[in-house]
Ligand binder design. Structure first.
Ligand code: SF4
Length: 344
């Protein structure tokens, strides 16, 4: 089966200049990333703030142009498209942003916001577009008559549902959610996550979930890619990554999740500057297992199915498995069940 999205050695560096405008290096936001997403699959990209995951999401859709590498959408070279061909292809790939308050234009009614992509990407008549807006609102759990209201009349969760309806309007095959529930209350997170899961199944969407919240990721992801300083350091099926993380960085991220009771293994120190990342393994300045060789050469992703970029991945002591009953995902599941009971 052809992947919906393939990134091949994609790179994006942002030039840094001093006060006089002279070049002073570059922020290596995305530094040689390869990944893929299949139809109906949820790939989570996780990592600390500043690891490059949000930039990667924008580069994948060419909202930010990559410096190098290849992007393929359903086998087609998306990197090579321009003009009308690029706009036409973009309707198959949409993004949902974190901020449900900033992602909707306050001067556009809900109907106008959802109708805009329909005007751009479909040949529907005015009546056809109105029917489609009503249908999309229903699908995201809102009432069709809400189409005539304005964004300020809605709660954060409702606005995110409107943003999802807008993203679905062009009939995408792939959606990227950049922290799509992190600005919402926990009980609303559960509703929106369940809605996303239903829509992914109904439309066989490929979904990339960019998130720092590993509880949420455990709840929704099929596969996980862990990013550190612009590179993927671990990638594999979510169940395996959570049960037996292979990279020391992933282990530290999981240990830091509240309720894991493993504070000693949690991350120490700050993320080094992406302008001058450490030589060799970029994690060696924070890694409790670092050896001399780790600063001399960069480890590449290795392994079958569940891969890690660590020289010692096969010889580290067994990791402490993630406690499922303490995850945010478990909490979300319980809250969602309660919401369903209370609201029929
Ligand atoms: Fe740690 Fe070395 Fe593995 Fe890097 S290669 S994660 S420094 S053990």
């Amino acid at each position: 089966m052809t992947p919906l999205l393939e990134l091949d050695n994609v790179q994006k560096h942002f030039p840094v200049r001093d006060a006089l405008g002279r070049p002073r290096g570059a922020v290596r936001a995305v530094d040689g990333v390869s990944l893929h997403v299949m139809p109906g699959e949820v790939l989570a990209i996780v990592g600390e703030s500043g690891c490059g995951k949000s930039t990667l999401g924008r580069v994948a859709l060419r909202l930010i142009e990559p410096d190098s590498g290849h992007i393929r959408l359903e086998g087609e070279d998306f990197s090579a498209l321009s003009g009308q061909a690029l706009r036409a292809r973009r309707k198959h790939a949409q993004i949902i942003f974190q901020d449900p308050f900033g992602s909707l234009d306050p001067r556009m009614s809900v109907a106008a916001a959802i109708e805009e992509p329909l005007i751009l990407h479909t040949g529907l008549t005015r009546a056809g577009r109105a029917a489609r807006v009503a249908d999309l609102l229903t699908r995201v759990g809102l009432r069709p008559e809400m189409a005539n209201r304005w964004p300020h009349e809605f709660s954060g969760g409702q606005r995110q549902r409107i943003a999802i309806a807008r993203a679905l309007a062009s009939g995408p095959r792939l959606i990227i959610g950049d922290e799509p529930v992190s600005a919402l209350d926990v009980s609303v997170q559960a509703q929106v996550l369940n809605l996303l899961q239903d829509l992914i199944a109904e439309f066989n969407l490929g979904f990339i979930m960019i998130s720092h919240d590993l509880g949420v990721v455990r709840h929704i992801a099929d596969r996980v890619a862990v990013m550190y300083l612009g590179r993927i350091v671990e990638e594999g099926p979510a169940a395996q990554v959570f049960a037996a993380p292979r990279h020391p960085y992933t282990r530290a991220l999981l240990a830091a999740v509240p309720g894991q009771g493993n504070k000693a293994a949690a991350l120490q120190g700050d993320v080094p500057s992406p302008i001058a990342p450490p030589p060799g393994c970029r994690f060696h300045t924070r890694c409790p297992h670092a050896a001399a060789a780790c600063s001399a050469a960069m480890p590449e992703l290795a392994g079958e199915g569940h891969r890690a970029a660590c020289f010692l991945a096969d010889s580290l002591p067994a990791a402490t498995p993630f406690h499922e009953n303490t995850t945010g995902g478990e909490r979300l599941t319980r809250l969602a069940a309660r919401f369903q009971r209370e609201n029929g």
